[in-house]
Design a protein around this ligand. Structure first.
Ligand code: ADP
Ligand code: MG
Ligand code: MG
Length: 513
């Protein structure tokens, strides 16, 4: 890190009065401003009325983040949006990668089958919407700091709602509390970038809603958020909903529907009329809305598909005229396998120069390529066999993380857990995983406030950049492509995973240095 962060930033608060004051301010601000989550059942106890909320875990101070890296990540987002829009349109490319992983991965195989069924009768909606998030860590190579991509999310990219609030919390503290500390942090020393993540994502949803147009059947149109039962991160989603209403002069009807209730509360108009997705208000069944945009904050992992009817529900969405965010193909574009193939150098690629084919423009190609770290297949190609040697070697494996084609955190295998895991699965299924070099960012210190308790120590930060993209699958035309703010998640440096919802990480914001 550049020395401008100073040895005393972020300060360690040894004085109990000072510490308590800051903590109390944060506890109140987070609840007052919806930087909050629903409590887990263990904390909620007998909250049968569902009225309780608790502060989301946050850092006491914004973590230092290199300005050049932050700007690079922001600048490249439009190119990433377009890259993943192009990948979503390349059915043949996705098909070949699905074939490589589906043998050991029923979930991916089932998703692909949904696409094949709809393809057979013909898609009735060619517009596609992506609310993406590209995640990075800073990699230090001597004096050189470079962002390296952890992963690219194409479904249920979360925390855009809470992230904007976290930036506001730290900005508020920089005005009111930090200057009063014994180690007094003058406001002028804190470069805290603006963060319009909630507005940016809402604007993407709004653009798709308007692009859908009016109902040919004479119904009012709406956006439906498809959510998980018992979702605790509900305020994150609500902030997008609220931003959607404030950014538009005409209100946009938004409904939350559990993914498990799609077949109960929606129907499809017949194909002869256009297969519109109709949402029948549960509390007033005489009112029917036509779904312009189906925004999935569920459906990204196997647990949302406990039985065949859940797959029928996904099929109903996919074959409907609603703009699905994401479509099955766009969801599959987010497979870790896709990331691995993009990151495979031209000299060893089995599918020659995938990145170059999608991004012929040389400056864009180089800018994207720079953000990749080494990722290997675990198949039986020469590169895959070499990766198998690394993954099963008790020393070499310590430099890697092994990932299945999953989202939502808690699915990866780290370091010495890799050979252990490989011993548990049949060798013919190893190709369903990818092997990725671990990125080791420069060490930082911060204090996390989680469940009312402070955790002080070494931390690791992960930057996410949001982007929204609306395109036409049929013509390839990109109708809208925008950046949409950022997320900084911070975790203790002893923790492998960084997911906030999964309980490993916390919300943070950037102090640019
Ligand atoms: P998911 O889609 O489940 O979020 P990720 O690929 O983001 O999967 O991995 C989860 C977490 O594991 C990340 O947030 C990060 O903390 C850690 N992680 C993943 N890949 C790497 C890597 N190459 N180097 C260091 N940490 C990583
Ligand atoms: Mg992730
Ligand atoms: Mg992910």
């Amino acid at each position: 890190m550049p020395s401008s962060t100073g040895p005393s930033y972020p300060p360690t608060l040894n004085d109990v009065l000072e510490r308590n004051r800051l903590v109390q301010t944060i506890k109140d601000w987070t609840i007052a401003n919806g930087l909050a989550v629903r409590p887990p059942p263990t904390v909620a106890g007998d909250d049968t009325e569902g009225i309780l909320a608790m502060s989301a875990p946050v850092t006491l101070f914004p973590s230092p983040f290199p300005k050049t890296c932050f700007e690079e990540a922001q600048d490249i987002q439009a190119q990433y949006n377009e890259l993943y829009a192009r990948i979503s349109q390349d059915e043949e490319f996705l098909s070949s990668l699905v074939q490589e992983v589906a043998g050991g991965d029923d979930f991916i195989a089932n998703l692909w089958n949904v696409h094949l069924r709809v393809k057979e009768e013909g898609y009735v909606q060619s517009l596609a919407l992506g609310l993406f998030r590209s995640d990075y860590m800073v990699h230090q190579d001597g004096d050189n700091l470079q962002i390296k991509q952890v992963e690219f999310n194409t479904i249920a990219s979360s925390f855009g709602g809470l992230s904007a609030q976290t930036t506001l919390l730290h900005k508020y503290l920089s005005k009111t509390e930090y200057p009063l500390l014994k180690s007094g942090i003058p406001r002028s020393t804190l470069d805290l970038p603006a963060n319009h993540s909630a507005e940016g994502l809402a604007a993407g949803l709004g653009a798709a809603f308007h692009a859908y147009g009016k109902s040919a059947l004479g119904h009012p149109t709406c956006i439906v958020f498809l959510v998980q039962d018992g979702e605790r991160n509900v305020f994150d989603q609500r902030h997008l909903e609220y931003a959607l209403q404030s950014s538009d002069s005409e209100p946009i009807p938004v409904f939350r529907l559990p993914f498990s209730q799609i077949l109960t509360h929606t129907t499809l108009a017949p194909s002869s009329r256009g297969r519109q997705l109709l949402y029948h208000l549960p509390h007033n069944p005489s009112l029917t809305f036509e779904v312009a945009v189906a925004y999935l904050r569920a459906g990204y992992g196997p647990s949302d598909y406990p039985d065949p009817s859940a797959w029928e529900a996904r099929y109903q969405l996919e074959r409907s005229a609603a703009i699905t965010c994401p479509s099955v193909l766009t969801q599959l574009a987010g497979m870790k396998k896709v990331q691995q193939v993009l990151a495979t150098p031209e000299s060893v690629s089995s599918i020659p120069s995938a990145l170059r084919r999608f991004v012929p423009d040389e400056p864009a190609y180089s800018a994207l390529w720079k953000t990749f770290t080494n990722i290997y297949p675990l198949d039986t190609t020469p590169a895959g066999l070499e990766a198998r040697r690394l993954a099963t070697d008790s020393e070499e494996c310590k430099k890697y993380v092994m990932k299945p084609q999953r989202e939502g955190g808690g699915n990866n295998f780290y370091r010495t857990a890799i050979p252990q895991r490989l011993r548990e699965i049949p060798e013919e299924h190893w190709g369903s995983y990818i092997l990725m070099e671990l990125i080791t960012p420069p060490p930082l210190v911060n204090t996390i406030l989680r469940n009312g308790r402070l955790e002080h120590g070494g931390v690791i930060c992960e930057l996410g950049i949001y982007g929204t993209c609306l395109w036409d699958q049929a013509t390839g035309e990109v109708l809208r492509n925008e950046g949409a703010g950022y997320l900084l998640r911070t975790k203790g440096d002893k923790s492998e995973e960084g997911g906030v919802a999964a309980g490993y990480g916390c919300m943070d914001s950037c102090r640019l240095v």
